[in-house]
Every structure is written in structure tokens, then in C-alpha cells.
Design a protein around this ligand. Structure first.
Ligand SMILES: [Fe+2]
Ligand SMILES: [Fe+2]
Length: 137
């Protein structure tokens, strides 16, 4: 069973960003299953790699747009993105050095990321983009 479901309310209105957000939701749901099935690092580490690729692509695309349209909250937003990458690196290092798959920790971190960053912070630039008519209301 999915832990998070995509709804229209999550849509930014920019196709590529929405596809990327959906991808993250898929990974969270996969991680949720991995927790249930007690999967080890052979499953977890490739997922962390996927998340890294996701973060590289998605964050640079968002940040380019925030820069282009001069979004006032850009610096804080970028800082959160950087923290996400640092957290992933930290969790990956811990998994590798202890041999223990920290699946629950990673899932929980991504869930809090989803509820805080995607549902709150990303929606702030969405509102701004609507206001300056970069995207439709
Ligand atoms: Fe985002
Ligand atoms: Fe973001």
C-alpha cells in the first residue's frame, strides 16, 4: 500500500518539476515497502543513488527558475536543497560503514521532506510564479 498518493493539489504546473515530484513519491512508496520487507543495503543503496540523481536534476531545475524569476525566498530554498543532499550523504555513509540498512530513517526523512519541503516550501514558489503569471492559476 502506498504511504503517499499524488493529488492535483501537489501539482506545481510545470511539467518537468511535477514529473520529478511524482518520482520522489514513487521512491518514498518503494522505501515504505522496503521497510515492510526488511530489505538490506543491496536494495537500499541503489535507491539512495537514485535519490541523488533525482536531487541533482530536480534541485538545479528548480533553482534555475527561482533565480530567473528572482524569487525572494531563493537562498533559504537552496539551503534546504543542500541540506537534503548532505543528509542523503550522511545516511549513505552510515549504511556503508555499519552495514546496517537505515531504511526506516531514510523513509522517515523523506516523508518529513515531502510534508515540509514539497508541500510547503515548493508551494511558496508556486504561489509566487502564479502571482507573476509564470504559471496559470
Ligand atoms: Fe521540489
Ligand atoms: Fe524545492
Amino acid at each position: 500500500m502506498s504511504v503517499i498518493k499524488w493529488t492535483e493539489a501537489l501539482e506545481i504546473g510545470i511539467e518537468s518539476l511535477d514529473v520529478q515530484h511524482r518520482f520522489l513519491i514513487d521512491v518514498i512508496n518503494e522505501l515504505h515497502l522496503a521497510v515492510k520487507h526488511n530489505e538490506g543495503n543491496e536494495v537500499l543503496l541503489p535507491m539512495i543513488e537514485k535519490l541523488h540523481d533525482y536531487a541533482d536534476t530536480h534541485f538545479s531545475e528548480e533553482e534555475e527558475l527561482l533565480e530567473k524569476h528572482d524569487f525572494a525566498g531563493k537562498l533559504d530554498h537552496v539551503q534546504e536543497h543542500n541540506e537534503f543532499i548532505a543528509k542523503l550523504d550522511e545516511l549513505k555513509r552510515k549504511c556503508e560503514s555499519s552495514g546496517e540498512a537505515l531504511t526506516i530513517d531514510i523513509r522517515n526523512y523523506l516523508l518529513s521532506w515531502f510534508f515540509h519541503h514539497i508541500k510547503v516550501c515548493d508551494m511558496e514558489y508556486k504561489a509566487f510564479f502564479q502571482q507573476i503569471q509564470v504559471i496559470a492559476k
